[in-house]
Ligand binder design. Sequence first.
Ligand SMILES: N[C@@H](CCC(=O)N[C@@H](CS)C(=O)NCC(=O)O)C(=O)O
Length: 205
Amino acid sequence: MLTLYTFPTPNGRKASVMLEEVGLPYKVHRVDLQAGENKRPEFVATSPITKIPALVEELPGGKARRLFGSGAILLHFAERTGRLLPDSLDDRAEAMSWFMLGVSDLGPTAVDMMRFSVRAPEKIPYAIDLYKGELMRCYGALDDRLATAEYLGNSYSIADIACFPFIAAAAVAGGSLLDRFPNLKRWHDAVAARPAVQRGMQIPD
Ligand SMILES: N[C@@H](CCC(=O)N[C@@H](CS)C(=O)NCC(=O)O)C(=O)O
């Protein structure tokens, strides 16, 4: 059995969307970040960086396999199921490039933008402008790509799952922001309509 350790955040929802897409049964363990549950030793044993999402799979013989980080979880289940990552080298290269943009650019930039513009006790214009500019750079790249492609890879893949929850958060919190990126908005609406995405975005309640 798989247990997903998560919290209602974009990174957590990448993992739950993936598990819903591949259709494997799993249990959900909510790790309350606000209560500091991510610092408990039993969670640190699974996620050494003390962040969600993380996942434990019980294996025969009392063994267990752990995964931590949304990128590792998406790649693991794509490889394991042979789904959501294209086989051909060219298509895979394209999908991997956008997948990495989601994991290493879009997600961290969106989080740092929020930290500096909302949470910081002192508002530092340089930091706010820097992260806003970097976030717009991600949105611009995604929008340009989606002007000529239906999905980020050449078909729906872990690249879309790696980006979607952060764009969905912007669609909710950013007012009319997505109106400036019509291709990204079209893609957002198409991905949001997938039943597995709708289920995964509700986890945990
Ligand atoms: N690189 C990680 C980042 C995970 C991450 O930032 N998780 C946040 C929630 S979205 C977290 O657990 N934060 C708790 C903390 O910073 O103490 C991934 O892609 O999953």
